[in-house]
Ligand binder design. Structure first.
Ligand code: ZN
Length: 287
């Protein structure tokens, strides 16, 4: 009698487990990919997520703000971020990443070999070492796949110094994500002279959505570059009343004269694109 009861209980437990597993697999496969330009104040943080897979490009200027944002969008049971891309080691890009590195299991970290002399950077690198996070050095051959999309690395081009550099912006990791008919260009804080190198070398930068370089600084978003990228929409990630005066009038004017719609995190909060698996297209949605 007892063994029959035990058998019955075992079958029920097994059934429940199978159902949970099936639900997780179904959830994973059917989740649409989202690309979220997080409103982190004066800085950049972009989350690309499909099911329980995440790519985080930069972390903004605050650990607390980034963790709040990740808490909002990453499922509570998912404590792993598959890939973090640190475009360059400036405070408004890596300070928030410290929060992600401390509170999530970061599987891979992509960054270049350039170093910053800041104390924050020393702490950040120590944390990466202590956590034994595997590093990926980007080059033109690097591709990353997520939820049916493919991301390629466009810059830095050529040799990157393995030393402390003053002009960290010039070595920003630039990446392009393509999902069916939709494409996104992530530019870090790339200055004009580097934008023009991409144009000159005829790198394919065409994208529907451009993450405007350097928070809308006047020293980025040159006219030639905008014409080559030819985006429909441009995202500016900057903080309200920031001390740099970002975005600049000059960059805004160049965007407008190229008939590009401007979307700003300081005005709109998080800017979310959802990608439909059937249509293979990403669309702006209300967050
Ligand atoms: Zn920046």
């Amino acid at each position: 009698m007892k063994s029959r009861k035990l058998k019955y209980i075992s079958i029920v437990i097994l059934l429940v487990f199978s159902l949970i597993l099936a639900a997780i697999i179904f959830y994973e496969k059917n989740q649409e990919m989202k690309i979220i330009f997080l409103d982190v104040g004066q800085g950049d943080a972009i989350l690309i997520e499909q099911g329980s897979n995440q790519i985080l490009i930069d972390g903004g200027p605050s650990e607390q703000i980034l963790l709040e944002k990740l808490g909002k969008y990453v499922p509570f049971w998912d404590r792993k971020i598959e890939l973090v891309i640190a475009t360059h080691p400036d405070q408004d890009h890596i300070q928030g990443l410290m929060g992600a590195l401390k509170n999530y299991q970061v599987e891979n970290l992509m960054e270049t070999t350039i170093r910053s002399e800041s104390q924050l950077y020393q702490k950040y690198e120590e944390l990466i070492q202590n956590r034994s996070i595997s590093k990926i050095m980007p080059d033109s051959e690097t591709t990353v796949r997520i939820g049916g999309a493919e991301m390629s690395i466009l810059s830095p081009l050529g040799l990157v110094p393995d030393s402390i550099v003053k002009d960290t912006n010039s070595f920003s990791i630039v990446s392009r994500l393509v999902f069916g008919d939709s494409s996104f260009l992530f530019t870090g804080d790339l200055p004009e002279k580097e934008e023009l190198k991409l144009v000159k070398r005829e790198v394919d930068v065409r994208s529907n959505v451009l993450k405007v370089a350097h928070h809308g600084s006047k020293y980025s978003s040159s006219d030639d570059f905008l014409k080559k990228v030819h985006p429909r929409e441009a995202i500016i990630s900057s903080g309200k009343n920031n001390r740099f005066g970002h975005p600049s009038m000059e960059a805004m004017e160049r965007l407008k004269s190229n008939n590009i719609e401007i979307l700003r995190t300081d005005e709109m909060g998080d800017i979310v694109y959802a990608c439909k698996n059937l249509e293979k297209r990403c669309q702006l949605v209300a967050n």
